[in-house]
Structure formats: structure tokens, C-alpha cells
Design a protein around this ligand. Sequence first.
Ligand code: ZN
Length: 264
Amino acid sequence: MRFVFIPLPPNLPKKWNKISTARISAVGALVNQQERSKYLKKNGSWGRLKEWLSNASGHKCWYCEAKSNRAPFDIDHFRPKLGITVDGVELAGHTGYYWLAYEWPNFRLSCQRCNRPEKDELTILHGKANEFPIQNEATRCTAPAISFAAETPRLLDPCIEADCALLAHGIDGEVKPAAPVGTWEYERARYTIDQLGFNEWNTPESRRGRWQTLATLLTLVGNTVNQAVIDELNKHISYDYEYSSFFRSAIGTHRDKAWVEALL
Ligand SMILES: [Zn+2]
């Protein structure tokens, strides 16, 4: 997960403000969950922001940094728009943050693995879907007029730099919590890794395999400065490179070489 920064005011696509204002007002006027559900399913206007959201992350999933070349990205609503689950159990008395359904700060570009529910070979369910646990249910925002600022989400947010720092990467390709066991920060990272399946679907193996090629290059050149190798490493740690957080971390294990240290 690499911090996604949107400079303010956002350079949104033309007409978006007009569309979202109309949609927010329309959905707010509906009186029950059934009507809202019907409206939101029919009016997925957030799709108009897909390219804009994709540009912001260098065309990577905001959660896992995958490029998703073979499947279209989804737009995830960070705060779910139509019902909430906590550890797979539907949260009673809350029909979702429907009033944020057309608010761009609630959108996260997501690959289908991170966003959609899917069981792995051990039949453990992954994917964010409607999951949105918070630290203390008493602070849960339940209506448009109430601020959600007091909520502390358990899921890490790619739009918060400090959240991204809670994930660490091993050269084995696995994503791990950076904070010590027993802390809330550890719990958040563990939950995010498991829920979104960061270490599932052969992803660690793929990361590890790609790192081994780089590691071989690094070993071959040793302390000799080689521009072609520098260019290759720079490519791997650039913002728009798939899993660049992992590569930065892995390359960091060669910090004893002054020329590598200078890159990081
Ligand atoms: Zn993803």
C-alpha cells in the first residue's frame, strides 16, 4: 500500500461536481433502504471517476498496488454505501453510509481481489466487500448530519500516509504488520493483510520471483556503480511501478552499498 495523495482542490473531471451534487440530493431524499439500494444500483455515476482515480495511483490498486492488467478496476466505497459487515456479520441497525455514495473522498480504486468477496483454497473469505469495522462501535456515524471524524477504522486507508507505514515487506514477498503484536496498529495491519488477501493468490511468490532477478543483478555489480542497474532499480521504486513499496523495502536490504543507499 503506497500513500495516494490528491492535491486540493482536486482537478476533478468536468461536470463531476454537478453530477454528484444532484445524485447526493436525490439519494438523500429517498426514505428507505430499498429505494436507496435501487437508486444506487441504477446510478453508478462514480464510474466516471475511474480514470481520474487510476491516474492518481499510477494505475495501481490503491490497496495492494497491483496493476490489474487483465481485469477492470472497481471503485470501492471506503465507507460502504449499502450496509456494513464486521468480521463477516451484518451490523444491525445501520444501512450503510449512503450519503457518501457520490463523495469522491470516499472512493478508493481497487482491484477485484481486494474488493470482491472470494474464498481461497482453504475456504477463507477475502475481499473488502461491505466490511468496515471500527475500534469502538459507540463512535459509529449513523446519519448524514453526524461527522465520522470520531470513527477509527480498523482497515488501513491508502489515503493516510501513517496507515501505509503500518505495513512492512519481507524479501519473501509477504506483507507483514510493522507494529508489535498486541497493539491496535498491529491489529489493523493484520486485519487489512488478511481481509484483502495481500498474501493470497500466489502474490508473495510473484513478488519474490521478481525480486530474485534484481537481487542477482545487485550481487553481480556489488560496489561498482552501474548506470543500467541504477535505472532498473529506480524503475522498481517509482510511484507507478507495481508493488513499488515491496521493491523499495527489498532493495533496502542492500543499503550497505553506498550507491544503493543514495537511491532510497
Ligand atoms: Zn488490490
